[in-house]
Write a protein of this length. Structure first.
Length: 244
């Protein structure tokens, strides 16, 4: 048995019980020897001499009670030690469970962020394939000068606008598709496509597009447009194809 974790009262009780037992045994031995000598001499046994064993037996009973108490306290301390060990082990297991749950939550959060990032990339890629569109209506050119002496509109005096489509700042422009048609025309857009710098009947897109930054993590892809027709309003449209 390991008595190292016993409390001070229990240790004192064990020591007292042990001392009492030893004393009682010594007293019993002395009384027994004394009684044997008196019998050898033929002397009668007195009540006083008989009290010795009785007292020793009582002492043994008391010592046994004290020892039993000490033993019970020892077992109680063992149970308390087991309970403390069980509590400590349980707390350790709970800590491990909490740590595991935290790691799982972090992993789940990371995985969710990765999935969201992939979905955003897929959406952005699909949008890039479809293209970002923008359009503008440009009215007819008004001849300059006084009535009867007005100068006809030319490309130099044309109405000019810049048509811009917004794309992500990290996008790489693959192609800018250009379309021109009359404002109220029902002509399909594929049939209205023109090339940069192409004359489309007193209207023309610039030969090159430009880029400029925009707030919110985006940028604008712009193409200049000019309309010098004095009769028709034109609808200019651009579609920017890009990749991330």
């Amino acid at each position: 048995m390991d008595f190292s974790h016993l409390s001070e009262p229990v240790v004192a009780a064990v020591i007292g019980a042990t001392a009492t037992v030893i004393t009682a045994l010594v007293q019993l031995r002395l009384s027994w020897r004394k009684e044997l000598k008196e019998r050898e001499r033929g002397q009668p046994i007195t009540k006083k001499s008989r009290r010795g064993p009785v007292i020793a037996v009582l002492a043994l009973m008391i010592a046994a009670g004290v020892g039993g108490f000490a033993l019970s306290q020892y077992f109680v301390s063992l149970r308390e030690g087991d309970r403390d060990a069980l509590r400590s082990d349980l707390q350790s297991k709970l800590s491990e469970i909490n740590a595991t749950a935290l790691r799982l939550e972090q992993a789940r959060t990371t995985e969710r962020k990765q999935i969201e990032t992939e979905v955003q990339r897929a959406d952005a890629s699909r949008q890039g394939e479809e293209g970002a569109a923008a359009s503008a209506v440009v009215g007819p050119c008004k001849p300059e000068g006084t009535p009867g002496a007005r100068q006809p509109c030319t490309e130099q005096t044309a109405l000019r606008v810049t048509v811009c489509a917004s794309v992500p700042a990290t996008a790489t422009v693959k192609e800018v598709q250009l379309y021109i048609r009359a404002e109220n025309s029902k002509q399909p857009w594929p049939e209205s496509r023109v090339q940069p710098g192409q004359d489309a009947g007193d209207a023309r897109f610039a030969e090159k597009f430009s880029e400029r930054p925009e707030d919110g993590g985006a940028k604008q892809v712009c193409q200049g447009f000019a309309n010098w027709s004095h009769e028709k309003s034109r609808l200019a449209r651009i579609v920017v194809k890009y990749t991330l």
